[in-house]
Design a protein. Structure first.
Length: 529
């Protein structure tokens, strides 16, 4: 047991390092997770035997639940509603058209049977939200004409229909209830929507009006509601992925408390879910067996990328008067990823008998799709002149703080300061700063242009906040009696060349220090590095 725990910790650490490495080489991190899984697998270095598709289905299904939920939860409806119609058409009719065109080509070109072709088309009919979100944000792809929002909603909402088509295909191949397929489709949609809406309303009531939540339990509560939504929908025969996505998008676009806590938490959960899914995909593979399937997989990639997806997108978006460049970019951005691979695992776990090795074919298609299409997405965007330098793709997500971020700063004016006895309008304020008030003794003076600044005033400024880069950070240090800085002036400290003390918090006072400022016991010193 201990060895298994250490192995899991090692895998997670390797995936974290792989993501950092992927940034430098320009390769999507999800590909790196797959390769790590392959290294641990039966044909890899550690040769861990793992062929339990039923267990893999259970693990990946739970992981996909949270990816689906967060896809809806982090979609900003206000930014996306103007293009929501286009996105929903792509995620519904687009999925069906892509599945049917892919099935037709697989049957015609690769000579697969009709039912096998339909299953392959269904499994590969949806675009992968995790891949699309990660590439848009990591490459900061600010796209014109609301294209980023279209891709986000489409990739986040098309998995439920792809799942439905996969279930229909499995039923047809296994010969289970062909006459009940229509009923199954209706139940999937109706109960999926119904449970998602009911759970969202109950959750909103509990979080805004109920008194059931204690501080610190909001993340646990939300996990329980997500799992409950999925479980109840599955029990009543609804589409659980549709339910969870709808639940997420309603919750995420409602003014619930704790959102600033929930978003980073589920962002981390989603990252872990992606690691789990793509690692397991690699672990399940037998690279030696994939060599024989490579030509077929590559042909399916060509069919999807150059035939099925472009035709489906063009047929749906030309009547909506979308530009050729936008159609071309959306066609290229149809990445296959986690959901397609999980649906393939479901089919294998359901005992689908096929002449083709469905899992390895879908795995290789995913590998080619994310590796080639994902890597080239930013280049294609620039080549089609679809990059908008005046917008910010982060604004289409709920974790972007739309309101301008400002910070209040206290500036003490000692005797002899060059602002002493000058009017507010005559002093040179920092760029973007606004004078709000002056604290003068026990008085608070709301400043105007003709307000005079006197010695001993504390001037309160509203200044823009600064968003640090990856290599920058602010660090707080609590000073005790034994600390080497205690009772010393800042000028006396041997600070590293890349460090600067920017603030001293003393009681309820924030002090902007200079070299003469003395640091005392119980001070909190804020250092910029």
């Amino acid at each position: 047991m201990v060895i298994a725990i250490l192995l899991v910790a090692c895998i997670i650490m390797l995936c974290i390092l792989a993501e950092k490495f992927s940034d430098k080489v320009g390769m999507p991190a999800l590909i790196m997770f797959m390769f790590i899984g392959m290294l641990f697998g039966s044909d890899g270095i550690l040769k861990i035997p793992f062929e339990d598709f039923a267990l893999a289905e259970n693990i990946c299904s739970v992981a996909l639940i949270f990816i689906m939920f967060y896809g809806g939860f982090n979609t900003k409806w206000q930014a996306a509603k103007s293009v929501a119609g286009k996105a929903i058409i792509l995620s519904s009719l687009g999925v069906v058209l892509t599945a049917l065109i892919t099935a037709f080509c697989c049957n015609l070109i690769l000579k697969f049977s009709w039912l096998e072709s339909l299953l392959i088309g269904s499994v590969l009919s949806s675009t992968d939200a995790a891949s699309v979100f990660a590439i848009l944000r990591k490459n900061k792809l600010n796209l014109k004409d609301g294209t980023a929002s279209i891709l986000e909603i489409e990739s986040g909402s098309n998995d439920p229909l792809s799942y439905l088509l996969t279930m229909v295909s499995i039923s047809l191949i296994n010969g289970n209830g062909e006459n009940n397929i229509f009923v199954m489709v209706i139940f999937q949609i109706v109960f999926g929507v119904m449970v998602g809406v009911i759970f969202s309303k109950v959750t909103i009531w509990i979080m805004t009006k109920g008194r059931l939540l204690s501080d610190g339990l909001e993340t646990i509560f939300m996990i329980a509601m997500v799992l409950g939504c999925y479980g109840i929908t599955t029990v009543v025969g609804g589409n659980a992925y549709l339910s969870v996505y709808l639940f997420g998008i309603i919750i995420g676009n409602t003014g619930i408390p704790y959102k600033k806590t929930l978003i980073p938490f589920f962002d981390g959960v989603t990252s872990l879910s992606q690691i789990m899914i793509f690692f397991l995909l690699g672990l399940l593979t037998f690279p030696k067996q994939m060599v024989g399937f490579a030509p077929k997989a590559l042909m399916i990639v060509v069919i999807l990328t150059l035939i099925a997806r472009p035709i489906a997108v063009a047929l749906l978006m030309i009547p909506m008067k979308c530009s050729k460049a936008q159609i071309g970019l959306i066609s290229w951005a149809g990445l296959r990823g986690a959901s397609s691979s999980v649906f393939a695992i479901m089919a294998v776990a359901a005992g689908v008998a096929m002449e083709q090795d469905l899992f390895h074919i879908v795995f290789m298609v995913t590998l080619f799709s994310v590796g080639i299409q994902g890597t080239l997405l930013s280049y294609v965007s620039k080549a089609l002149k679809m990059v908008d330098e005046n917008s910010d793709v982060r604004k289409t997500f709920n974790d972007y703080q739309e309101e301008s971020a400002f910070t209040l700063m206290r500036m003490y004016i000692p005797k002899g300061h060059n602002w002493e006895n000058r009017l507010i309008k005559d002093v040179s304020m920092p760029t973007g700063a606004l004078s709000l008030m002056i604290k003068r003794g026990n008085k608070t003076i709301i400043t105007k242009g003709d307000t005079k600044i006197l010695a001993g005033d504390s001037l309160i400024l509203n200044v823009p906040s600064y968003e640090p880069g990856e290599a920058e950070e602010l660090q707080e240090t609590v000073i005790d009696k034994k600390h080497p800085w205690c009772d010393k002036n800042i000028a006396e400290l041997a600070l590293p060349s890349n460090a600067l003390i920017v603030m001293v918090l003393r009681g309820g006072e924030s002090i902007i220090p200079d070299g003469k400022t003395t640091i005392y016991e119980n001070d909190i010193v804020v250092t910029y590095k």
